[in-house]
Each structure stands twice: as C-alpha cells, then as structure tokens.
Write a protein that binds this ligand. Structure first.
Ligand code: NAD
Length: 328
C-alpha cells in the first residue's frame, strides 16, 4: 500500500510541481490540505508542515512516522511528544537563509532612507517632500544569533561597509571574527552600541521577550530594530511604547506575537513601524528549496535512512538502533 503524506503548507508544489512529482515517483500518495486536526492525522504516515500548529494531542493519536517542517522554526510543533513517540522532526536548514537575510537588508535600507514613508507620502498624498535619511555604510549593525540566517546577514552587511557586532553565546568567537564581525559577550553591549539591531535567534523559553522595555531603553534613540525571526522575541506592548515615545527611531517586523496580528493592534498606530506578513522565506527560490528538502527528508526516511537535519536528536539513536542507515 502507498505511504500517505499529508501536506499542510500552501506553497508546496505551488510554483513548481517538482516536489509532488518527486514524491509520486517515489511511490507516495500526496494529499494537500489547508488545515489539520487530530482526526486528519489518522492513517497518515508523514506530515509536511509550515506554520500550522501541530499539538501534543494531534501527534499523540496520530499514525505519523515522520514530521518534516517546511522551514526552520519548530515552535509550532510539540517536539516533546514527537520525541516521546520516536518521531523524527526534520527542518529545511539553510533553504531560506538567503531570502530572510535579503529581507533583513531590505528593511535596513527602508528604515534608514524612510523608503516606505517617502513612497506613501508621494503615492497616496501627492506630497512632494524630501525625507532626509541616512547611509547604512559606516553604521553599526548588531546581529543577535549567528546561525544560518545571521551569518548571511553579516556577510551582506560587511560588504555594504557596515561595522557588525554579533551576540551569540553558543558559537565560537573565532567563527564570528572569520566573517569580519566583532563578537560581544553581552546582549546589553550590542543594544547600546548598535545603530540597527537585527534578531536571528529561535523562539524558545530563553529567548521569549528577549527584547522588552529594559532592552529597548538601552538602545540609542536613533536606532532601528528589525525582527524577521519570531514575534515572541519582542514584547510588542513595550515596542509600541518605545516607538510612540521616540525611545527608538523605528522598527521593521516580519513576524508577530499573534499571526495575523489583530487589526486593532496598537502596532498599527505607530507611524515609524514597517510591517510585512511573515514573508521572510517567501521567494520562489527559497520555496523551491524548502519544498524539495522536505520531500527528500520524507523519501530518505522511508528508504531506511536517517534524514539530515533532525531537530530532536534523541530520535537519531532510536532510528539507528532500529537499523536506519546514516544518509549520505
Ligand atoms: P539557526 O538555528 O541556524 O541559528 C540560530 C542561532 O541563534 C544559533 O547560532 C544559536 O546559537 C543562536 N541562539 C540561540 N539562542 C540564542 C540566544 N539566547 N542569544 C543569542 N543567540 C542565540 O537558525 P536560522 O536558520 O538562522 O533561523 C533563525 C530564526 O529565524 C529561526 O529560528 C526562525 O524562527 C526564524 N525564521 C524566520 C523566517 C521568516 O519567514 N521570517 C524564515 C526562516 C526562519
């Protein structure tokens, strides 16, 4: 009988049929849906999922053998329950790093030159007013988190002539220096010295609200905050206060505590805020890479291989004991 794969991510196979053709050639039945609940996961062997919540209850009663995250942030998946059931959870490491990094740099330019506000003024109000911005060359960029995306941001920023500070206590200082950036020991130091602060860390219990009122108060009044990682990293109420009071000059958010944000959120009252609807990974190139990587993880697994990029490492040993081979 064919193995069944449930896909709950709208962009899977949307711009190219390659990932669906690939899975069908490998003998899978691919079922695309918009939503899932516990019932939908019965009789399903694999799940390819974007940001839809995959709760403990759903995993507990499911027949899933593998969950392939279409992306890298696994905060929507109950990892503990997956691990307890011996279900590997894979991610598409690196597939969207370039796209998120490019959006981050686009935000840096948009904030520094007042690009969105300049456009709105002429386009919607027909006002011919010149906004005086700033160059980003020579400015200090503070990168929080030196993983796949943080590194791409650092590469681009140094090419643009920025001085880059990096805070990531989990990587070696030498690896940061190799990228011509300066490692800092404390987040506070980075916040105090940066003209633009950009967040590239995962959301977990240690990083939730890592930027709150105290941290925003440490930033320069002329500084900008960029968050293309996860909404929960920034205390939105504190950000609204800081933006309204001019405690910082502006911010750009691609991600929100609640998505989509409440249309009446006070965020929309802040004229010095740029917002986008979680589009960091939404380029045709990144989507294609994520589609194919997620599909390949599932296919490898059912061929008896330990897929690459498993986040719940405890499961790797269980798979090896069952005879799964290391993927080449
Ligand atoms: P990654 O795992 O490669 O890197 C994360 C880095 O953060 C690691 O180097 C880690 O050491 C560091 N880190 C962890 N906790 C930290 C802390 N408390 N302080 C400082 N550094 C810390 O992940 P990535 O691929 O670079 O992605 C980063 C995040 O971006 C993801 O977790 C995801 O939430 C988000 N993301 C958003 C989009 C989007 O569409 N906007 C797309 C992809 C990823």
């Amino acid at each position: 009988m064919k193995k069944r794969i449930l896909v709950v991510t709208r962009t899977f196979g949307k711009y190219s049929r390659d990932p669906i053709d690939f899975l069908e050639r490998e003998g899978f039945e691919v079922i695309k849906v918009d939503r899932i609940d516990a019932k939908a996961l019965k009789g399903v062997d694999a799940l390819i999922v974007g940001t839809h919540p995959v709760t403990a209850e759903m995993i507990e009663s499911s027949d899933l053998k593998i969950i392939a995250k279409h992306g890298v942030g696994v905060d929507n998946i109950d990892l503990e329950t997956a691990t307890n059931k011996g279900i590997p959870v894979t991610i598409t490491t690196g597939a969207n790093s370039l796209s998120v990094a490019e959006l981050t740099i686009a935000f840096a330019f948009a904030l520094s030159r007042g690009l969105i506000w300049a456009h709105n003024m002429l386009f919607y109000e027909r006002k011919w007013e010149s906004i005086v911005g700033q160059e980003i060359a020579g400015k200090v960029l503070g990168v929080v988190g030196f993983g796949a995306i943080g590194r791409e941001v650092v590469k681009k920023a140094t090419c643009l002539g920025m001085k880059v500070l990096v805070y990531d206590p989990f990587v070696s200082k030498d690896s940061i220096r190799l990228y011509e950036a300066i490692p800092v020991d404390e987040l506070d130091q980075l916040l105090k010295e940066s003209d633009i602060v950009s967040l590239h860390v995962p959301l977990n219990e240690d990083t939730r609200n890592m930027i709150g009122e105290r941290e925003l108060n440490l930033m320069k009044r002329s500084a900008f905050l960029i968050n293309t990682s996860r909404g929960g990293l920034v205390d939105e109420a504190a950000l609204v206060k800081a933006l309204k009071e001019g405690r910082i000059a502006g911010a750009a958010l691609d991600v929100f505590q609640e998505e989509p944000p409440d249309p009446n959120s006070p965020l929309f009252e802040c004229p010095n805020l740029i917002v986008t609807a979680h589009i960091g990974a939404h380029t045709k190139e990144a989507i294609y890479r994520m589609n194919m990587m997620a599909a390949q993880s599932v296919a490898e697994f059912f061929k008896g291989k330990v897929p690459k990029h498993i986040v719940n490492k405890e499961v790797v040993d269980i798979l090896k004991r069952k005879g799964y081979q290391e993927a080449s």
